[in-house]
Write a protein that binds this ligand. Sequence first.
Ligand SMILES: Nc1ncnc2c1ncn2[C@@H]1O[C@H](COP(=O)(O)OP(=O)(O)OP(=O)(O)O)[C@@H](O)[C@H]1O
Length: 254
Amino acid sequence: MLRLDGLNKFFGGLPALQDVCMSVPAGQLTALIGPNGAGKSTLINCMTGVLSPTSGSIRFMDQEIAGLPAHRITRLGIHRTFQNLRLFPRLSVLDNVLTGLTREGGESMFMAMLRLPYLRHRERRLRLRALEAMDQFGLADKAGWPAGVLAYGDKKRVELARAIVGRPKLLLLDEPVAGLNAEETAAVGEQLRNLRRAGHTILLVEHDMDLVMNIADLVVVLDSGCCIATGTADEVRRNPLVLEAYLGRMEATA
Ligand SMILES: Nc1ncnc2c1ncn2[C@@H]1O[C@H](COP(=O)(O)OP(=O)(O)OP(=O)(O)O)[C@@H](O)[C@H]1O
């Protein structure tokens, strides 16, 4: 579904990504891991049009998307969540999730004021979709709450519901369980597994190794901007390069 070839990104002459080649297969959950500063955020920022790669190719469903602006990439069906929450705290949970569907509104203010029956029907349909997305993350009973008053774990779930409500072809999740406790992490892990079972294609950037090893079909490892390993969780866990570059470093700091 997504294929990166020879991707490079330099910041002021310093390489953040070097000749990265990787694939995200359709219908699978691919995890992107690597130590701090490995280039994970830079990579997904290039995939989503937040950054333009210096060189190389990003093909999404047979279309070259490297360097396209973010709104065009979203329109093609790549939706994401962010490491830091980006909710509207005064809007209700429902309205926050509905912002994930803005692409599907689009009538003029004049048309909206006329309240034509077909617009009311569409509004009802979109609200129903938002409620379904919230239900998948256990948020349906909080639809009317202002997002700002929710506990941190629920806020992360609102981001996930907003990312899936537009029925993306590819879902990029940037550290969805960062800051969550063990119980909340397990719950989100189960919800991600359900999304995967429902046929979603997911690229998960995550530091939580237990979660990654439990739910990923494929694991890609970045280190110092280079892709050093790709394989199943078991293959990657046994790869000496990964042990040296990633797990070894973790053990050294433990
Ligand atoms: N806007 C920027 N300007 C200059 N250097 C940057 C910029 N963004 C990232 N870098 C550098 O690029 C490298 C990769 O950073 P990046 O944030 O992509 O790593 P990461 O794997 O996401 O790290 P973390 O796990 O800590 O989020 C780092 O050396 C970082 O300092």
